[in-house]
Design a protein around this ligand. Structure first.
Ligand code: ASP
Length: 343
């Protein structure tokens, strides 16, 4: 039986057209693809159907409500398709991929995000290769998770990050090896993909109105500025620290400001500024002092995963203590817990 794949077209370079102001999202992806893709059933080509959003966006415009809309649309079509491809701009693709992974917990079908660096309408476009790869993986490979396929690599969605603005190989997952590669054959490493869950346990919650912030430490950050960043209304912050999770804990007022915010219920999550590596707040005194101020380490999570997970948990309206606890669990492969090795 020919497999059925839903393509959710959100916008992004893949479907853009040139304008006087530069590339802009454009409608009509279904027609453009029909003219270029092999017919369903030819080779291993699945049957595909495009759901084009009324408001196509450059993904630089994406907001948490868009993550929720996409997750809810996948859930609404879940029983009608064998897999899903989300066509998305590359700029915030890693955020959306991570957000979908937390909303679509227990996913038992592939959800593959892809896009391109050059639009489909241009010569030398990488769009068709990326889209075909994503379609074939979604149709024929039993990956029960949200992935990102780009430049011949299949990555875990909540481990991915955009690493290059102008290369076809634009994404990487620095703390987790690729799930697969597309050369002459598409080869997946099934030892790296998540095990098939017993059942779906989607958590489709509309985004909370509470604010989540991202704060990168830098030499010269003043305690006053830190205080402004942590001022109400703020439910949580992803704190990008140095190295193994360290900060300027001897700066007068620094720890007190963090501890005050924690005591008010602000969840402060520690991720490293390093492209690779993990947070271990026990390693240095400059890290353990953060722990004593209520800061919780998120191990080797990307900023994108930590931010979207925090959004998700806050939207579930959990108590701060519960949000802190769940931030330190690996719910869908988003981090490596201490003592575990990566396959
Ligand atoms: N600005 C574009 C977007 O994220 C870039 C791209 O798609 O590659 O929508």
């Amino acid at each position: 039986m020919t497999r059925r794949i839903a393509i959710l077209y959100t916008g992004g370079t893949l479907g853009m057209k040139p304008s006087a102001d530069g590339y802009q999202p454009d409608t009509g992806l279904a027609q453009s693809l029909a003219a270029r893709l092999p017919a369903p059933g030819v080779g291993r080509m699945p049957h595909w159907e495009v759901h084009e959003y009324a408001q196509l966006i450059d993904s630089a415009e994406a907001q948490p409500r868009d993550w929720h809309t996409i997750a809810a649309d996948i859930a609404a079509r879940y029983d009608d398709f064998d897999g899903f491809v989300v066509v998305h701009g590359t700029d915030t693709m890693a955020y959306t991929a991570a957000a979908l992974s937390f909303a679509l917990l227990g996913l038992r079908k592939p959800v593959i995000l892809t896009g391109s660096q050059i639009p489909l309408c241009e010569p030398r476009s990488d769009a068709l290769g990326n889209l075909l790869g994503a379609l074939l993986i979604a149709a024929h490979h039993p990956v029960a998770e949200v992935c990102l396929y780009f430049g011949g690599k299949l990555l875990r969605g909540n481990r991915a990050t955009k690493v290059a603005g102008a290369d076809f190989d634009a994404f990487d997952s620095p703390n987790y090896p690729p799930l697969g590669h597309a050369g002459i054959d598409i080869v997946l490493d099934m030892g790296r993909v998540l095990p098939m869950p017993v059942r779906e346990a989607f958590e489709l919650v509309p985004p909370s109105a509470c604010e989540i912030a991202l704060l990168r430490l830098y030499p010269g950050l003043s305690v006053a500025r830190l205080g402004h960043m942590l001022a109400p209304p703020l439910a949580g912050v992803v704190l990008q620290t140095y190295g193994a999770g360290n900060g300027p804990v001897r700066l007068p007022g620094f720890l007190d400001t963090l501890a005050d915010a924690s005591a008010r219920g602000v969840v402060i999550v520690n991720v490293t500024q390093c492209a690779r590596g993990t947070v271990d707040q026990d390693k240095y005194a400059t890290g353990s002092a953060l722990a004593s101020a209520g800061v919780v380490g998120a191990y080797d999570m990307t900023v994108e995963a930590a931010l979207t997970k925090l959004h998700h948990l806050v939207s579930l309206e959990l108590l701060p203590q519960e949000v802190r606890r769940r931030m330190q669990e690996a719910v869908c492969g988003e981090c490596t817990l201490p003592g575990l090795t990566i396959g």
